[in-house]
Design a protein around this ligand. Structure first.
Ligand code: NDP
Length: 327
């Protein structure tokens, strides 16, 4: 029998994980391959996590070979092949950006070091917890023995939001849209690109033919969708964030669909003028578990300015965590 794939998930008693763990365990991630869950939480959340584990048990998922929980990343990450880092410190009222970066810095330096020490050689690490791109950079820099390209951050939810908004505007099915790209940071500066996106074989921007809608409605709607959901639900998006986390990791492991790409935040190799090393969102394809940044796309002046602005924010975040001594 096949050895189970060991999957670490952090923030396991939180909202996102209340969807995510059940999706992973039911096979949305790796189909019917046996898996073992390694769940990390902070000490005060372990009791709640025990409740989540009881519910996982009660689903009797046939491919869930085992579950371990704990508050020590050096134990929980032991031998893991995949790590989904969801737990992070949310921004609280009155918190300065530097407070947020240092609080998360403490979490992601420790987790990077632990992964470096005990994860499996083939480990792939996906960061969902915000500020996701910079948290990924911190974890990666603290894991010098793990190749940098094994640290990704999540922009797939933004990607999916862009697909859904474009489908609604044009009246086509989501499945008629391809080649969507989110560029830059998972933040309000992100840039969803309709010029390279396609509806059938036409440019989506051409089909929409409404630059005012792109600038004034589409881009802000995608970037601020999280706030809209908090307003309506009283809680931040969780099921959709879990879905995107599963889709990113699934595509990274099993490959992207033929003839299309997805948005992944990956360490820049300098493509499209994005400074090397920062973890920024790009159009990516995956084959045999390795992603590649799609090359040669045309970037018009409008796109260029938007990408540059978001990338500038990532550079600022990198400079801030460098000054804090986190990387
Ligand atoms: P959620 O499960 O709702 O969110 C977890 C993280 O995901 C947050 O940083 C959140 O960012 C981020 N996130 C939410 N939506 C998106 C999105 N669309 N794209 C990318 N990221 C997104 O938070 P909870 O407070 O319910 O749960 C967090 C859990 O993490 C708690 O149980 C806490 O104890 C735990 N935790 C565990 C740690 C550990 O394992 N060592 C460390 C720190 C916390 P945002 O805040 O911006 O919404």
């Amino acid at each position: 029998t096949e050895a189970p794939v060991k999957i670490a998930v952090t923030g396991a008693a939180g909202q996102i994980c209340y969807s995510l763990l059940f999706r992973i365990a039911s096979g949305s991630l790796l189909g019917d391959r046996p898996i073992e869950l390694r769940l990390l939480e902070i000490t005060p959340a372990l009791k709640a996590l025990e409740g989540v584990v009881m519910e996982l048990d009660d689903c009797a998922f046939p491919n869930l070979a085992g579950i371990e929980i704990g508050d020590d990343p050096n134990k929980v990450f032991d031998g893991v092949n995949l790590a989904m880092l969801v737990g992070a410190m949310p921004r609280k009222a009155g918190m300065e950006r530097s407070d947020l970066l240092s609080a998360n810095g403490a979490i992601f330096t420790a987790q990077g070091k632990a992964l470096n020490a005990v994860a499996a050689d083939d480990v792939k690490v996906l960061i969902t917890g915000n500020p996701a791109n910079t948290n990924a950079l911190i974890a990666s820099k603290n894991a010098p023995d793990i190749p940098a390209e094994r640290f990704n951050a999540l922009t797939r939810l933004d990607h999916n939001r862009a697909l859904s908004q474009l489908a609604a505007k044009t009246g086509v099915a989501v499945s008629d849209i391809s080649h969507m790209t989110i560029w830059g940071n998972h933040s309000a500066t992100q840039y969803p690109d309709l010029f390279n996106a396609r509806i059938g074989d036409r440019s989506a921007a051409e089909v929409v033919d409404d630059q005012a809608w792109i600038e004034g409605t589409f881009i802000p709607k995608v970037a601020k969708r999280g706030a809209e959901i908090i307003e309506a639900r009283g809680l931040s998006s969780a099921a959709s964030a879990a879905n995107a986390t599963v889709e990113h990791m699934r595509d990274w492991v099993l490959g992207t669909p033929e003839g299309d790409w997805v948005s992944m935040s990956v360490p820049s190799d300098g493509s499209y003028g994005v400074p090397e090393g920062i973890i920024s969102s790009f159009p990516c394809t995956v084959t045999d578990g390795k992603y590649e940044i799609v090359q040669g796309l045309e970037i018009n002046d409008f796109s260029r300015a938007r990408i540059d602005a978001s990338v500038a924010e990532l550079v600022e975040e990198r400079n801030a965590v460098t000054e804090l001594g986190l990387i």
